[in-house]
Ligand binder design. Structure first.
Ligand SMILES: Nc1ncnc2c1ncn2[C@@H]1O[C@H](COP(=O)(O)OP(=O)(O)OP(=O)(O)O)[C@@H](O)[C@H]1O
Ligand SMILES: [Mg+2]
Length: 501
């Protein structure tokens, strides 16, 4: 396994064995725990991992943990589902263990692009850190800032945050980054995109100059160069296999359909058994597809940045629990989100670019499991879809399909839905959230606003927080306007009602 001091590009230093072994790796042999010990991790972490059945490191963890423990700045690239959370989380926790954070002065900060990902990272790391007496807090928009402030005042060693809310708390004097020893930026290339960059770099600038910095992503490409040059010191790059090498447990299919057949084909795929994630370009498109599916008998949950946070959280947890088998979402769920046993990802609308293809598709075939990625392509979209998959380094099987196609049944387990309408499932919003909206032209956004929440930074808005009806020209996080509306004010309430009939 090679390492390099070169900052960029990350994919230049390919290391073998990107993909983690199949899931049976979790039930590894008795000697396996010592592998984590050999990497230098402390006993309480190893025992906590073993309690979860994690006994042997994945390749990205083997590669990066020793360098992080040695205090190096690290760029880590490993395919989707290859275990990057533990690759940075375990050594970062080890680095700060043993020191108690002062009130409002965390010792490690993990920055991620979306609230759901922040909660997921906390859920993954917090139980492991208990044996090291590490206190953790998720600091994200859309959730009680008061509770986040209380936790910070009591003292937390590790904060997992989206950039906007953390900036708010820093500006209010509730959180100082002056004691931070380790900063992690997960999905680092995405966090260098236009909307995020200023807020992320402003936060990094508030950490001590000698603070350790770790940048991770499945597509750690040239975009991170700006952050690397400004904030990293002689970083080690660990890039496991070329940036576009396909996950070899993932099958790809490009399904050409006519506009008239597109919904019926989508509904048949939604009618399959097994957990399915469907990506749609716009928030409006998500709401519409959820309703259309309900009308033909498929219960699906819709997730996008226009919903209240408690709804977003409920929908994702119902999908995780298996209460709904189909999740229809925008790119808000494309990065980092892990749900066990998602066996198929369907691009209902083609992704924005090859990176989005890789991240969306990466919600299946994780941690050595098998999975299928299907892209529905209208005749006019074929050429761009082909060039995108080429850039993503995948060679999909191409087929033309019509509703009832036996090939769809064979490849995706597609089944004609019952046709008996089911109610659209939507978790209720708590009464407290139904306040009259305040002045300021944020039509349709009835979320309660506290503290500086109203002036959230751009980085936070990248969560996909554009609310239906919000009169803002800028859109983030790949949540694009419905086709043909690019010059308009977007899908405001009136437009939405009309479109939904
Ligand atoms: N050493 C390990 N042994 C077994 N399972 C592991 C191990 N490391 C991680 N996992 C599991 O692998 C799954 C995917 O991990 P993770 O979410 O960290 O992937 P990722 O590389 O961050 O993917 P993405 O690029 O999509 O964010 C999780 O369920 C995690 O618990
Ligand atoms: Mg991840």
């Amino acid at each position: 396994m090679t390492t390099s001091n070169a900052a960029m590009p990350a994919h230049a230093q390919a290391e073998p064995q990107d993909a983690p072994p199949a899931r049976q790796g979790r039930a590894a042999s008795e000697s396996a725990p010592s592998e984590f010990a050999l990497l230098g991790l402390p006993k309480p972490l190893i025992s906590a991992l073993a309690r979860q059945g994690i006994t042997s490191p994945f390749p990205i963890q083997r590669a990066t943990i020793p360098d992080i423990l040695a205090g190096r700045d690290v760029l880590g690239r490993g395919q989707t589902g290859s275990g990057k959370t533990l690759a940075f989380g375990l050594p970062a926790m080890t680095r700060v263990a043993g020191t108690r954070a002062a009130a409002g002065r965390p010792l490690a900060v993990v920055l991620v692009p979306t609230r759901e990902l922040a909660m997921q990272v906390t859920d993954a790391l917090e139980p492991l850190g208990r044996g090291l007496s590490l206190r953790m807090k998720t600091v994200v928009g859309g959730m009680s800032m008061g509770r986040q402030i209380e936790a910070l005042r009591r003292g937390v060693e590790i904060v997992v945050a989206t950039p906007g809310r953390l900036t708010d708390l820093v500006q209010q004097g509730e959180c100082s980054l002056a004691d931070v020893k380790v900063t992690v930026i997960d999905e680092a290339d995405h966090m260098c995109d236009l909307g995020f960059f200023p807020v992320v770099s402003a936060l990094l600038a508030r950490t001590p100059a000698d603070c350790q910095r770790l940048l991770f992503s499945a597509t750690l490409d040239g975009d991170v160069d700006k952050l690397v040059r400004r904030f990293l010191d002689d970083p080690v790059t660990h890039s496991l296999a070329p940036a576009t090498s396909p996950v070899d447990t993932m099958e790809h299919h490009m399904v050409q359909v006519t506009r008239d057949d597109k919904f019926a084909v989508t509904a048949e795929i939604a009618g399959r058994e097994g957990r399915t994630i469907m990506f749609v370009r716009t928030q409006h498109g998500v709401d519409r597809l959820v309703k259309q599916l309900a009308r033909v008998g498929v219960r699906a949950g819709g997730l996008h940045g226009g919903k209240r946070q408690n709804q977003r959280t409920r929908i994702l947890s119902e999908f995780r629990d298996g209460a709904v088998g189909v999740l229809v979402c925008t790119d808000v769920a494309a990065r980092g989100i892990h749900v066990d046993d998602v066996s198929l990802v369907l691009h209902v609308d083609p992704p924005m670019d090859h990176k989005s293809y890789l991240h969306r598709g990466g919600r299946t075939a994780r941690a050595g499991e098998r999975g299928t990625v299907m892209t529905l392509v209208l005749p006019g979209e074929r050429r761009s879809a082909e060039s995108m998959t080429r850039r993503a380094g995948v060679r999909p099987q191409r087929l033309k399909a019509v509703p009832g196609d036996p090939l769809l049944a064979e490849l995706a387990g597609a089944r004609t839905p019952s046709g008996i309408a089911v109610p659209v499932w939507e978790p209720p919003a708590p009464v407290a959230e139904r306040r009259p909206r305040r002045e300021g032209g944020q039509g349709g956004d009835r979320r309660p606003r506290r503290y500086h929440d109203r002036s959230r930074e751009e980085g936070e808005r990248r969560d996909g927080d554009q609310r239906p009806g919000e009169r803002r020209e800028r859109r983030f996080d790949g949540e694009r306007r419905p086709e043909g509306r690019s010059g308009s004010r977007g899908a405001g309430p009136r437009t939405r009602r009309a479109a939904q009939g």
